[in-house]
Design a protein around this ligand. Structure first.
Ligand SMILES: Cc1cc2nc3c(=O)[nH]c(=O)nc-3n(C[C@H](O)[C@H](O)[C@H](O)COP(=O)(O)O)c2cc1C
Length: 326
């Protein structure tokens, strides 16, 4: 049976987490995943450009939480990226709206772990190295999400692949470890469990779902993409991201090669570059996180169906592995 310790901690049926997807995982997606027995996650999602200003982000987060609560009675998570000026408001909203799980990212868990736990909220921390996981454990979080360089979106400059990162974190901490990065189907999920993970987090796979708040062009682009369709940009300017390889990234790489500073890169990228693809559907000019596992996505599905297929296919993979061991 597909049930691990993390299911009991999070109050979910399956150890399958839909990772936060900035501007794409709103209330509908989170609720659909949670209703199917996984754990959906709300990320910062500005549905309209007039909500894009940072001071308005807390309004969006609260709206999405309310929406998810209206669509499911199952637990879901809220993603709190700590690299902005309003993350305290995200935490405030999660507490006031009685969210069951918070995922902390891009910062030290010390800031919020104790407060959240005092309100009965389970806390998970996104980590990219053994040391990060040890710090999170010392701060009392409930689980860590070990994210390898194979993941779509922001990556850490240590660029550790999921296959190498997860078992080393499993060995270093007593906390349950959730594997993220490059997992797209039940084969990846079984591999993560073989590495010692107690759960999996998928991001890219959930973009190509009916409930993701992304333009149809972007979803279809993922369906047509291959394993070579992503690229890491921003290594030199310390803003490393694994994204869809397109016209925009070709220009960006050219600029980066000429020695653009972080500030110059910021101006070149501009604010809301992701929205060009996500909202407008211009996939060549937008910057969107994407994993090389994208080549495995063959169709746009309801998010609940993604969860159901992971569960159903997992049994087949396990039977195959049993057969190999005989
Ligand atoms: C387009 C995109 C946006 C993302 N946005 C966020 C985010 O806002 N916060 C966060 O903690 N992680 C974010 N992530 C990371 C995912 O939650 C997840 O950990 C990652 O996608 C897992 O790797 P995969 O893409 O190979 O499945 C994002 C990933 C992608 C692809």
């Amino acid at each position: 049976m597909l049930h691990t310790k993390i299911c009991d901690i999070l109050g979910v049926q399956y150890p399958i987490i839909q990772g936060g997807l900035g501007h794409m995982s709103g209330g509908e997606l989170a609720a659909a995943v949670s209703s199917a027995g996984g754990l959906g996650t709300i990320a910062l999602t500005t549905r309209t450009r007039d909500l894009y200003a940072q001071e308005k982000w807390p309004i969006s987060v609260r709206n999405e939480i309310k929406l998810a609560k209206s669509l499911t009675n199952k637990p879901f998570a809220v993603n709190v990226p700590m690299d902005n000026n309003v993350h305290d408001k995200f935490v405030e909203a999660a507490i006031e709206e009685k969210v069951k799980v918070v995922v902390l990212a891009a910062g030290n868990p010390r800031l919020y772990a104790k407060t959240l736990k005092a309100h009965g909220i389970k806390v998970m921390q996104l980590v990219f190295a053994v040391r990060h996981a040890q710090v999170a454990e010392a701060e009392g979080v409930d689980a860590v999400i070990a994210s390898g360089v194979d993941a779509g979106g922001f990556i850490h400059l240590n660029e550790l692949p999921t296959l190498a990162l997860v078992p080393q974190i499993v060995d270093a901490v007593k906390l349950p470890v959730i594997a993220a990065g490059g997992i797209c189907d039940a084969r990846g999920m079984a591999a993560a469990f073989a590495l010692g993970a107690e759960g999996v987090q998928l991001g890219t796979r959930f973009i190509a779902t009916n409930e993701a708040l992304a333009h149809q062009n972007l979803k279809q682009y993922l369906v047509n993409a291959a394993e070579t369709s992503t690229i890491v940009t921003g290594r030199k300017s310390q803003m490393a991201m694994r994204v869809i390889k397109n016209k925009f990234t070709a220009d960006l790489m050219e600029k980066e090669a000429t020695g653009f500073t972080k500030e110059q890169m910021g101006v070149f990228i501009g604010s809301g570059r992701g929205l060009v693809a996500i909202m407008d559907g211009n996939v060549e000019e937008g910057s969107v996180g994407c994993s090389p596992s994208v080549g495995m996505i063959k169709e746009i599905l309801p998010a609940g169906e993604v969860v159901r297929r992971l569960v159903a296919d997992y049994s087949k993979i396990v039977s195959r592995l049993d057969g190999l061991a005989k």
